[in-house]
Design a binder for this molecule. Structure first.
Ligand code: CP
Ligand code: NVA
Length: 300
């Protein structure tokens, strides 16, 4: 339920600064070492709503489990079964939920709709993916890189494929916060609209991958883009993450994928199999990082 203090939200990766993220990562390490038994239950007695307009496996399950492990309970609301599907505005939905639940995790299309919820709901609100951003994913990905390879600052991340997608945008927004170089290898029509001193975009996948410390890709057909499927498969084919690109990267470069993966499309099947351990560790870290994110959001 809405409190008198302004709630803290996580709508964009820019809602956290490096110091806050570092403190959060330290807690994640502790939490992982103690196998989830860090003691206090900051969400005890609280109910959080997960309101999703798009399908999800990892984000839904990791948030539901995180909320329960922190002592709270979660209710899952599919937008298709709410009055939202019959045209009730998100603002009104937020005003109702804000009087009944203690926090909200929202997956939707427009970032503006998520922002409307956060404005009207008066409860901590988390971006569980919009068309513009997937900040929980990238926060967990940065943790995963650092857990396996050490500090990301000064290193180079290569994002191959749909540079205009939500995950690539969150990487581009995260680059100045965490001070890593991001090279996006994508067709010009799918370049990212976020520009800053840490981001370089190229139409050459080899140039993007050269000397990279992390090679990363995401699906070619994001949720909601299904009608553009044929066009996208043709446009992104030269940007497949494969062993040829791994050879251009730094020795020891990590390969990550936010999942779900389409083998033989955005990632070569054999490369996926070789790197599956890291990729599924990455998926597991969604749970650990989001637990600490929830703790941070509710800690004031
Ligand atoms: N990576 C990710 O967000 O997966 P889901 O769509 O399954 O939640
Ligand atoms: N870019 C993808 C991410 C899936 C987790 C999508 O929006 O479908």
């Amino acid at each position: 339920m809405a409190s008198s203090v302004d709630p803290r939200h996580f709508l964009s990766v820019t809602d956290i600064d490096e110091t806050e993220a570092r403190a959060l990562f330290e807690r994640v390490k502790l939490e992982k070492r103690s196998r989830g038994r860090v003691g206090d239950l900051p969400l005890q007695g609280k109910v959080w709503a997960l309101l999703f307009r798009k399908p999800s496996t990892r984000t839904r399950v990791s948030f539901e489990i995180a909320i329960r492990q922190l002592g709270g309970s979660a209710i899952f609301l599919s937008a298709a079964e709410l009055q939202l599907s019959r045209g009730e505005p998100m603002d009104d939905t937020a005003r109702v939920l804000g009087r009944m639940v203690d926090g909200a995790v929202i997956r939707t299309f427009a970032q503006a709709e998520l922002e409307a919820f956060a404005r009207s709901g008066g409860i901590p609100t988390v971006n569980a993916l919009t068309d513009q951003e997937h900040p929980c994913q990238v926060l967990a990905d940065i943790f995963t890189f650092e857990e396996k390879r050490g500090p990301l600052a000064g290193k180079t991340v290569a994002f191959l494929g749909d540079g205009s997608c939500n995950v690539a945008r969150s990487w581009a927004l995260a680059a100045p916060i965490f001070r890593f170089h991001l090279r996006i290898g994508a067709p010009r029509d799918y370049f990212c609209d976020v520009e800053n001193a840490w981001v370089v975009q190229t139409e050459s996948s080899e140039e993007a991958a050269r000397g990279a410390d992390l090679l990363y890709t995401d699906v070619w057909i994001s949720m909601g883009k299904e009608e553009e499927g044929v066009l996208r498969e043709r446009a992104f084919a030269p940007y497949q993450l494969n062993r040829r690109l791994v050879e251009r990267a730094n020795p020891g470069a990590l390969v990550l994928h936010c999942l779900p993966a389409y083998r033989g499309k955005e990632i070569e099947g054999g490369l996926f199999d070789e790197r599956a351990q890291d990729i599924f560790d990455q998926a597991e870290n969604r749970l650990h990082v989001q637990k600490e994110l929830l703790r941070w959001l509710t800690s004031r």
